[in-house]
Structures are given as C-alpha cells and as structure tokens.
Design a protein around this ligand. Structure first.
Ligand code: HEC
Ligand code: HEC
Length: 191
C-alpha cells in the first residue's frame, strides 16, 4: 500500500511539480517597481491610491498603456509606466487581476446610504454590485473611497477623460462623489 502511495505521489509530483513551480515563480520582473505603493498583492499602502488586487485584467492593461502614452495623466504613474514594455504590461495585469480582492470599506459610514441611492445610475455599466461584465471596465466594489471620489472629480474637471464617464459626472458635486466612494468601498468584493 505504502509502495503504491509512494509511486502515486512521484507521478503526481512529476505531473504537477513543474506547473506549481512555474506558478510560484510567475512574479513579473517589473513587479518590484510597484510594490512600494500598490503592495505585492495589489493592496495599496495609501487609501488615496487604488487597490489593484482582483481588478479586471484588460482594464489594468488599458490604464497602464494610457499612463505610458500620457493619455491618462498622473505624474507618478506616467514616469513608472514609461519604463514598461508591452510584455511587462501583460504580465503585471495578469498578476494583479489574479490576486485576492480587497473590500476597503474606508469611506464615511454615514455617507453609505446616500451613495447607495445615487448608485442606480452606475449599475448599467459597473454592475449591480460594482462588478461590470466587461473586462475593459473597472471593478468598483471594495475600491478605496477617496480614490473613487478623486477619479470622479478628475472625470468632471476633464483631467481624466472617457466618453462614457464624462456624461455620468456632469451632475455630481463633491458631496455626491464622497458618498459614491463611501458606498462602493464597502460593497463586498467577491472573487
Ligand atoms: C510611488 C507610488 C506608485 C508606484 C511605485 C506605482 N504606482 Fe500605480 N498608482 C499610483 C497612484 C498614486 C495611482 C493613482 C493615479 C491617479 O490618481 O490617477 C496609481 C494608479 C495605478 C493604476 C490605475 C488603477 C485604476 O483603478 O485605474 C494602475 C493600473 C497602476 N497604478 C499600476 C501600477 C503598476 C503595475 C506599477 C508598477 C509597475 C505601479 N502602479 C507603481 C502610485 C504608484
Ligand atoms: C455608460 C457606462 C458607465 C456608467 C453609467 C458609469 N460608468 Fe464609471 N466607468 C465607465 C468606464 C468605461 C470606465 C473606464 C474609464 C477609463 O477607461 O478610463 C469607468 C471608470 C470609472 C471609475 C474609475 C475607476 C478606477 O479604478 O480608476 C470610477 C470611480 C467610476 N467609473 C465610477 C462611476 C460611478 C460612481 C458611476 C455612477 C454615478 C459610474 N461610474 C457610471 C463606464 C460607466
């Protein structure tokens, strides 16, 4: 029995071993550049910065290319993305999207209900639970509250541009942005 078990284990190790090793060592070479701010698993050290863990893979890649081309402006990220190759972008997007989601829940608790009441407008694209169907569109569930509010303000001022979001933010004032941030940050983010 033991002999058979030993044999089975060696076959399993042969079959699974190389795959497991590849998985364990599949850290992108450029990941070291991101860790100080976004963490290895995509949980950012500062609530003003976005969590990347579990974010849609295609969305991450689109944003990294937009930072690299300067289409999306951010002094820090423009500099960092300018050093990334296409292969780095593919690897980093796959890495962060495959990490566990985070539910930040770091907005003002008293604003959550207000945000929920306003979020009806967002469901069509970002999903009923902040999880859009399209891989090109961002998951909002569990994202940092102040980061969400900051991006809404950037879409409104035109500092960040996307045709679909430009219309959405037209009627949002600062308190509404904070409320939406508070609401989405506490929406449970399931894997
Ligand atoms: C010095 C800190 C810092 C480092 C290092 C850094 N980032 Fe960022 N990152 C930021 C900040 C700040 C933002 C938010 C920019 C904004 O407000 O538009 C951001 C935004 C992003 C976004 C957009 C997320 C979204 O939801 O739209 C992605 C993707 C991203 N970073 C990926 C990376 C990757 C990949 C690396 C490593 C190659 C990296 N970042 C390194 C600070 C950093
Ligand atoms: C018609 C579709 C549509 C609607 C409605 C919509 N969004 Fe978006 N949203 C998008 C798309 C597409 C993007 C990605 C923009 C890009 O690529 O830069 C986005 C991006 C965002 C981002 C940036 C996320 C990040 O990680 O940087 C936030 C925050 C956001 N939307 C919040 C909202 C909120 C809150 C509402 C409702 C008030 C809303 N959106 C309604 C399509 C939509």
């Amino acid at each position: 029995m033991n002999k058979h078990l030993g044999w089975l284990l060696s076959v399993l190790t042969l079959l699974i071993g190389p795959g497991m090793t590849a998985f364990v060592y599949a850290e992108p070479a450029a990941l070291a550049t991101c860790i100080s701010c976004h963490g290895k698993s995509g949980q950012s050290v500062n609530p003003q910065w976005p969590n990347l863990g579990g974010q849609h893979e295609t969305y991450i890649a689109i944003q990294l290319r937009a930072f690299r081309s300067g289409e999306r402006q951010n002094a820090v990220m423009n500099g960092i993305a300018s050093g990334l190759t296409d292969a780095d972008i593919v690897e980093l997007s796959a890495w962060f999207s495959s990490q566990s989601h985070v539910t930040a829940a770091n907005g003002k608790a008293e604003l959550v209900e207000q945000g929920r009441n306003r979020a009806g407008y967002c469901h069509a694209c970002h999903g009923m639970q902040g999880q859009p169907v399209a891989d090109e569109w961002p998951v909002l569930a569990g994202q940092n509250a102040s980061y969400i509010a900051k991006q809404l303000a950037a879409f409104k001022s035109g500092a960040r541009y996307h045709p679909l979001m430009a219309n959405v933010v037209r009627d949002l004032d600062r308190p509404a942005m904070m409320a939406l941030g508070a609401y989405y940050s506490q929406v449970p983010n399931y894997d």
